[in-house]
Every structure is written in structure tokens, then in C-alpha cells.
Design a protein around this ligand. Structure first.
Ligand code: ADP
Length: 443
């Protein structure tokens, strides 16, 4: 038994024995016993009174002095109280530090509640969005950032990427806004002025597009002359080879310029590819495969497997460019007699997939994350010798982004690769004559 309870019990026993002794000496057993129990009860009432008075004050104070079970009660409560205050102090400090650090952040930072209303903002947000504490706290953020793009961003609730919106105080400035969910439906909104970066990007894009465009005419003239020279019967035999070389280089520059133009056009297009236009993927793939077979001249075994008759909502020319780039790559990086399969099928979840598999040189895993970067080549001279520009997969990536798709790459060096473009169900178009999952078998 604990010490405190023991002393409490001893007190009661002591009082009862004292009452018994006094009753033995003087009689009045009932009165002495009553007095003993009254004393005992009074002690407890008095200690309760002290406890209540101590608690009533509310703030942390030394506990009343006491012994026995009441001493323990005071001590326990005092310890709990101190622990609670310590934790409260620590939390207050953390919150203060968090607020100080976010306040010092150069980017505008706002805390929003589950209804996207402003709960708090830092100085940078005040300056960037010209906010006022009295007017804007509690306001829905969509009232301040009124761009339809931002509304769509909020409604979609997909906050993996920032969204660019015009500044509410100056139309010529662009802000990148990014929501970061945290806690129980709270959001941190980061707002950054990206006008300068956007201008630089536009300048770079325009420069590449203009330079490529300007290079086109001289290249056409050069190719024309080279072709005429190559066909000239009076041409000295020793010039044949250098001329062929020059023609091949001209051809390469032409492809490069075309790819650069295609890429900058894709980068300039705002938003996603249209959902209104329907592309007949089956016909598109048949056309692509027919053309590459002609160009390949039966050096590879190129097969087409159409396992779905579904079409896609999007842009015909872009999809043509992406799909043919992947098929051409498969040919480029597969030795003669290798097997190339082009497939179009619906996945169980409703997604559609375009897949090119080859039995070519394959790609080491460490390169896979980088191959969609511009001019990233694993073996530059091999790519160049096969007419590669280093831009093909960058084009594929952009086209897929514009069609809400993704690229999956599986590869085993020395055995072959699979490049798969996966499109979401909302991009699928099914003909009435097809099964609801769009699956028909028409290889
Ligand atoms: P390139 O014009 O050089 O082919 P891409 O952007 O199309 O440029 O591809 C980038 C790099 O990825 C290529 O240089 C090559 O190393 C690798 N690659 C692409 N497709 C394949 C493939 N099917 N098999 C093996 N390697 C590939």
C-alpha cells in the first residue's frame, strides 16, 4: 500500500482508538466516536476547500502544503499542470518560429482554410497581392486571384504543380501560385512573381523559333544546289562522295531545324490539346507503320497490333509526331532483322496505351530518367549517324503533357526496350459500333 494511503488509514485508526480510550475513561462512547469521525471528515472537507481555491486561481502556483493522500493529490496535479504549461510554451514557441520564418520568406505565403479562405498571410504576400489584414482576412482566395485558370486549379484539387496567373494588381505581371495541403484540410498558398523568368523563357523560345525559321531558306537553297550538282553528269567522280556527304549533312540540319520548330511550337501552345477534335488512332498508326516500312526497306520485322478501335481526343499532327518519333527510334536503335511491335490497346482501368517494343540495344536504367531531355543522347555518334537530333523524346514528352498522358519506359540493355504512351480515359473516343471498353480485335 502506498505511504499516503497508509498514513490516512493510520490517522483514522488513531482517531478511533483515541475515541475508544476516552470512552473507556469517561463513558459517552457514541459522542467520542462521533467527534473522531467528525474530525476526520472535517480534515477532508478543509483539504477539498484548499484544492478548489488553488484551482480557482487558474495560473501556475505552488500547491498548498499538505500531507497524507492530500499531499499526493496536490503534488500530482501540480506536476500535470507544469507539464501542460511546458508543452503549451513549446507549442507557442514553435508557432511563433513558424510564423516568423514564413513571414521572412521572400515568397508570398498564405494560410487558407478548408473553404480556401485566407486565415493568415506574410509580408511578401501583402506586397505581392496588396492585401490588408482588416479587409482580406476571411476572404475566399478566388475573390483575389480571379483568373479562370486559378479557379480550375482549385476545383481540380490537383496541386502537384504551380499555376501561372496574372497578378491582381498589375496585369502585365505573372504570378506562379502553388497550393500545398497540410494538416486537416488546411492549405499553404505560395505566390511568386515569375514575370522575369517567363519573359526569359519566351525570349528563348522566340529566339529558337526565329533562328530555326531563318535557317530554313538557306538550307533549302543549299540542298537544291547540292541535288543539282549530284545529278550533274559532267561532275568529276572524285566529288561524288563529298557531295553525298554534304547532302546527308544538309538533310540532318533540315531535320534538326524541323524538330526545333516543332518543339518551340509545342512549348508555345498554352494549356492542353483540344478535347473537341477526335483523332482516328487506328488509321494514324496504319499510316505511320506503312510509311516507316517503306523507309526501312524490310530491314526490320515491323508489326502492328491493333487491340482497340478507340480513338483519342487531341491534335492529329502532334500525335502523329510523337508516335512516329517512337517508331523511328525503335528502328534507329535496333539492329537489322530485329523485331519491332507497335500496339494500340485499352488497359483494364480504361486508359489507352500506345506501345512500341523493340529488340534493340536497350537503355541502361540510369539513363532512363534523362532521355526525354533535349539533346540527351546515350551514344551521341550512334544517334547522329542514324539521323537522330536528340529532340525526338523531348517532343514526345511535350505532346503527352498536352494530352494529359504519360510516358513509361522499360528496357533491358542488349535485349530491347518498350516505350509506352498512356492516355487517360477522358481522352478516349469510342465508336457506337464498338464494345464499351473500345476493345475490338483487328490486327
Ligand atoms: P535521338 O534523336 O538521338 O534518337 P531522342 O530524344 O529520340 O533522340 O532519344 C534520346 C536518346 O534515347 C537516344 O539518343 C538514345 O540514346 C535513347 N533511345 C531512344 N529510343 C531508344 C530505343 N528505342 N532504344 C534504345 N535507346 C533509345
Amino acid at each position: 500500500m502506498r505511504q499516503a494511503w497508509l498514513s490516512e488509514l493510520l490517522l483514522l485508526v488513531g482517531l478511533v482508538i483515541a475515541a475508544l480510550l476516552l470512552a473507556a475513561l469517561f463513558g459517552y462512547f457514541g459522542w467520542f466516536m462521533f467527534a473522531a469521525l467528525l474530525g476526520f471528515t472535517f480534515r477532508h472537507l478543509y483539504q477539498l476547500y484548499r484544492l478548489e481555491r488553488w484551482l480557482r486561481v487558474g495560473r501556475i502556483r505552488n500547491p498548498p502544503e499538505s500531507w497524507g493522500i492530500w499531499g499526493d493529490v496536490f503534488e500530482h496535479y501540480y506536476r500535470l499542470q507544469r507539464r501542460y504549461y511546458k508543452r503549451k510554451k513549446r507549442l507557442t514557441r514553435v508557432i511563433r518560429e513558424f510564423r516568423e520564418s514564413t513571414a521572412a520568406m521572400p515568397d508570398g505565403t498564405l494560410v487558407l482554410n478548408n473553404e480556401f479562405r485566407i486565415v493568415w498571410f506574410n509580408d511578401a504576400a501583402r506586397d505581392t497581392l496588396r492585401l490588408s489584414t482588416s479587409r482580406d482576412l476571411g476572404q475566399p482566395i478566388a475573390n483575389l486571384l480571379r483568373s479562370p485558370r486559378f479557379k480550375t486549379y482549385l476545383d481540380a484539387r490537383e496541386f502537384d504543380h504551380p499555376v501561372n496567373v496574372p497578378s491582381p494588381i498589375d496585369d502585365s505581371r505573372i504570378l506562379a501560385a502553388r497550393l500545398i495541403p497540410y494538416g486537416a484540410e488546411q492549405y499553404l498558398l505560395l505566390v511568386r512573381d515569375v514575370t522575369r523568368i517567363q519573359r526569359l523563357q519566351t525570349m528563348r523560345r522566340d529566339f529558337v523559333a526565329n533562328a530555326s525559321h531563318e535557317l530554313r531558306s538557306p538550307l533549302t537553297v543549299l540542298s537544291g544546289y547540292l541535288e543539282a550538282l549530284a545529278e550533274e553528269p559532267a561532275m568529276d567522280g572524285q566529288w561524288r562522295e563529298p557531295l553525298q556527304d554534304m547532302q546527308a549533312q544538309c538533310e540532318r540540319m533540315n531535320t534538326l531545324v524541323n524538330d526545333l520548330l516543332e518543339l518551340s511550337r509545342l512549348e508555345t501552345e498554352e494549356g492542353d490539346a483540344s478535347l473537341e477534335h477526335e483523332v482516328d488512332v487506328v488509321a494514324l498508326l496504319e499510316r505511320i507503320v506503312r510509311n516507316v516500312r517503306i523507309e526501312d526497306g524490310a530491314r526490320h520485322d515491323i508489326g502492328l497490333e491493333i487491340l482497340s478501335g478507340a480513338g483519342l481526343r487531341g491534335t492529329d499532327s502532334e500525335l502523329h509526331s510523337a508516335f512516329s518519333n517512337l517508331v523511328i527510334n525503335a528502328i534507329r536503335y535496333t539492329a537489322a532483322d530485329g523485331k519491332i511491335r507497335v500496339r494500340w490497346y485499352a488497359r483494364p482501368g480504361g486508359e489507352l496505351a500506345f506501345e512500341v517494343s523493340d529488340t534493340g540495344i536497350g537503355i541502361e536504367e540510369k539513363h532512363i530518367p534523362f532521355i526525354t531531355q533535349r539533346f540527351y543522347r546515350i551514344n551521341g555518334s550512334h544517334s547522329r549517324s542514324k539521323g537522330g537530333t536528340g529532340l525526338g523524346l523531348a517532343i514526345v514528352k511535350h505532346v503527352l503533357q498536352r494530352h494529359n498522358g504519360r510516358l513509361e519506359v522499360e528496357s533491358i540493355p542488349g535485349e530491347g526496350s518498350i516505350f509506352r504512351c498512356v492516355f487517360p480515359q477522358q481522352r478516349a473516343v469510342y465508336n457506337a459500333s464498338l464494345a464499351s471498353d473500345g476493345s475490338i480485335l483487328a490486327p
